[in-house]
Structures are given as C-alpha cells and as structure tokens.
Design a protein around this ligand. Structure first.
Ligand SMILES: C[S@@+](CC[C@H](N)C(=O)[O-])C[C@H]1O[C@@H](n2cnc3c(N)ncnc32)[C@H](O)[C@@H]1O
Length: 265
C-alpha cells in the first residue's frame, strides 16, 4: 500500500501527539556501577547478578536505580522473544508498552522477527538507559523506534485518532502485537501465595486488558499470578497460553499469550 503521509505531516512533526524520541542524554540518575561499594544497599543483590541480567554489562550498560527491580533478565527476555516470534507471521511490528531499561525490547530487536519494535517508556532517564543499552548490544539503528510518553495514551490515540501520531508510530491492529511488562507494585510486590492481578499497582489486570484487548498481546506477570483470572480473559472460542520462565530452577515470571478480540481481517 502506498504511504499516506503528506508533506504537511513531514514538516510539522511538532504538531503530532506522539513522535519518535530523539537520542536522550544520560542523566545523573543513570549509572554504570562498577563496584559493589558504589551501589545502594537495596540493589546490591541485583548488581551481583548483573551478568545474568545483561551478559554484556561491561560494554557500558546503564541503569537507573529503580530499573534494576523491573528489568527482565537476558535469558528470560531471549526465551520470551523466541516464543513471541511464533505468533501469526502477519504481525510485523511489536509494541513494547513498558520499555524500562530495554531488557525485552533489545531481545525482540535482536530476534530479527520484527520489522520494527516500538518501545515506549515514560521516564526520561530510564529511556536514556534503554537507548544506551540497545547501543551496547549493537541493535541496528531504526529497528527500535523509541517513544517517550505514556503507553496507554499512545495506544488509545493509535486506536481513536491515528492521524495525530507521527507516521512512524501509526501501525495497524492486524499487523502489530503488544507486549507488556508492567510494574508489579514495587519491591515486595506480593507475599500472597496467589497474586491477585486485579490489585496489581499501579495498573491492575482490568486496565491492562481493556487497553490491549483488540491486539494479540502478551502480559509479563508475577510467577504466582492467579491463573483463574487469566483464563477468563480468553476471547470466546480461543485459548490462552501461559508459560513460566525459569532461571536456575526457579520461576522468574509468567507470560500469558492472549489472542486479540475482534481483530478485523
Ligand atoms: C517492569 S519495568 C519494565 C522492564 C522492561 N521490560 C525491561 O526489561 O527493562 C516497567 C517500566 O514501565 C514504565 N512505565 C510505567 N508506567 C508507564 C506508562 N504508563 N507508560 C510507559 N511506561 C511506563 C516504568 O517507568 C518502568 O520503567
């Protein structure tokens, strides 16, 4: 199909509601810690696992202190990317709703499965780390389109008013898929045996699924998430696949792979 982008679109990019992010400067919130003595006590545990999180850590990986709590470790991110690669081949663009420090976005980009990954992060310092980290991993320019902003607002705009988005951010429901690794509610996110996804903070299951339901989507969730709540999300006549991702014999997270509702053909 021919591009519908007008000259006016190209000139007035500042008038778009969302535009691809420029390369952001690292700030003093972005650290490449080299020695445990520099690391705040509550992230020392994660720092000691840094090579399991990013095997190329020494290439200059940067993290905000908060990003350590939520980053997907590389072996898990790679396996998720390999599983996501199996979805319907007509999906060509993957939208990573919570890019964080780039753990998943980098693995998706390096998988070669996607024409493009749109990676959205609302915290500028974290986004700067993610961009830096993708460079450390030699992700080719242009494979990841970074967006600095609120991913719920972006997706809502994509569905309701796509013309207000920069042309690079206009993608079709039928040709894209969504991956979401939302915050799980902080460090001690749950001590319950079964995690109630509707109470997850700051975004509960209702908010997430309402936002993503038209897309084929994957939710990266706590390993103890309530499977009955997930099972009820299956659109009529479809099934949801749930995969536990383990490292060294222990589950780190589960991913629910959920078909889209009423995707147009
Ligand atoms: C669990 S972390 C994602 C980790 C990421 N998958 C990785 O491997 O680095 C969640 C991230 O979502 C960001 N975030 C929270 N709400 C957001 C929103 N509404 N839109 C975009 N990003 C958001 C947070 O700043 C945080 O960096």
């Amino acid at each position: 199909m021919e591009s519908q982008v007008s000259e006016q679109d190209m000139e007035g990019s500042s008038s778009f509601s969302f535009v691809p992010a420029e390369k952001l400067e690292l700030t003093d919130e972005c650290h490449h810690y080299e020695h445990k003595s520099e690391v705040p006590w509550d992230i020392q545990k994660y720092f000691s696992q840094r090579y399991s999180i990013f095997s190329w850590y020494d290439e200059g990986i940067c993290m905000t202190d908060d990003a350590w709590f939520g980053v997907t470790p590389e072996p898990v991110a790679n396996q998720v990317a390999s599983d996501m690669a199996k979805i319907d081949a007509k999906k060509r663009v993957l939208i990573d709703m919570f890019a964080g420090a780039g753990g998943n976005s980098i693995a998706f980009a390096l998988s070669g499965r996607w024409d493009r990954v749109i990676a959205i992060e609302r915290d500028a310092a974290t986004l700067a780390c993610a961009q830096n980290n993708a460079e450390c991993y030699e992700v080719e320019d242009g494979v990841i389109t970074w967006v600095h902003g609120d991913s719920f607002v972006y997706l809502d705009t994509l569905l309701k008013n796509p013309d207000s988005l920069h042309p690079d951010l206009r993608v079709g429901v039928d040709t894209s898929a969504v991956f979401a690794s939302p915050p799980w509610g902080g460090v001690g996110y749950s001590t319950d045996d079964v995690f109630d996804l509707y109470t997850m903070q700051p975004y509960g299951l209702k908010e997430l699924t309402e936002a993503y339901e038209r897309f084929e989507h994957a939710l990266y969730l706590p390993r103890t998430s309530d499977l009955r709540q997930i099972a009820k999300l299956a659109p009529q006549g479809t099934k949801i696949e749930v995969v536990q991702y383990c490292m060294e014999g222990a589950s780190k997270a589960m991913v629910a792979y959920i078909p889209g509702k009423n995707e147009s053909t």
